[in-house]
Write a protein that binds this ligand. Structure first.
Ligand code: SAM
Length: 216
């Protein structure tokens, strides 16, 4: 059990979603074979839906890995979104660039190599959507930068916020994950208690938090 929802529920929801074909299918298989962590099937479907509803012109992603979620979002936008994605692992960057090149998406997806916090600190400009999927123990540190970089009407989608259920239940917490869990709780408190923000936490996949600014 993933710890966020019941197995039977997860299996049922996944079965409802048609399998991808082409590059996304190939990348899913590569990820399984090589132990690369990519977004779960239902999280992918949720991202596709959010891109399709909000039509973001500029997307910032934290955590590229092999480029799977970037490519998925680019396809969902019909290549109308410009995606900037941050990854610190050199091999991942190389692999992701190969995948992006293979598709001819170089003009739509750009990778910034480096640590998310350092890159975020130096970044300027505004994004309509920010997808957090790297450095689970640092979402609370990324948040002020993400809010600074978020367009007035933009949304932040954070994955893994329930972290196998550990964030919601002390009984599930593994000792070596205590710091990540505490910081993730801090992140959820920050986005839930700030009166200028509105956040919904969805117990799907590994837990997704969607945040936007409240308008006054
Ligand atoms: N979003 C990707 C997808 O679904 O296709 C998966 C991203 S994977 C869960 C997280 C990635 O973030 C890993 O490739 C890891 O190397 C990278 N990462 C972790 N911490 C990071 C940090 N502080 N700065 C930059 N990259 C980081």
């Amino acid at each position: 059990m993933g710890g966020v929802t019941f197995d039977y529920m997860e299996e049922y929801l996944r079965e409802l979603i048609p399998d991808h074909q082409g590059i996304l299918k190939d990348l899913e298989e590569y990820a399984v074979e090589n132990g690369v962590p990519i977004i779960q099937k239902e999280t992918g479907r949720f991202l596709e839906l959010m891109v399709s509803i909000t039509k973001p012109k500029r997307i910032l992603e934290l955590g590229t890995a092999i480029g799977y979620s970037s490519i998925l979002m680019s396809l969902a936008s019909d290549k109308n979104s410009q995606i900037l994605t941050i990854e610190r692992d050199e091999d991942m960057v190389k692999r992701a660039n190969e995948n992006i090149d293979k598709l001819g998406f170089q003009n739509h997806i750009n990778i910034l190599q480096g640590d998310c916090l350092e890159v975020l600190e130096a970044m300027e400009g505004k994004f309509d959507m920010i997808f957090m999927d790297a450095g689970k123990g640092h979402y609370n540190h990324f948040l002020p930068h993400c809010l600074r970089l978020l367009h007035e009407d933009g949304i932040i989608i954070a994955d893994n916020v329930l972290f196998r259920g550990m964030v919601a239940s002390q009984d599930l917490v593994k000792r070596r994950k205590i710091t990540i869990v505490k910081r993730m709780r801090t992140y959820l408190q920050m986005v839930s208690e700030d009166k200028d923000l509105i956040t919904s936490v969805i117990p799907m996949g590994d837990g997704i938090a969607v945040t936007k600014r409240r308008k006054v």
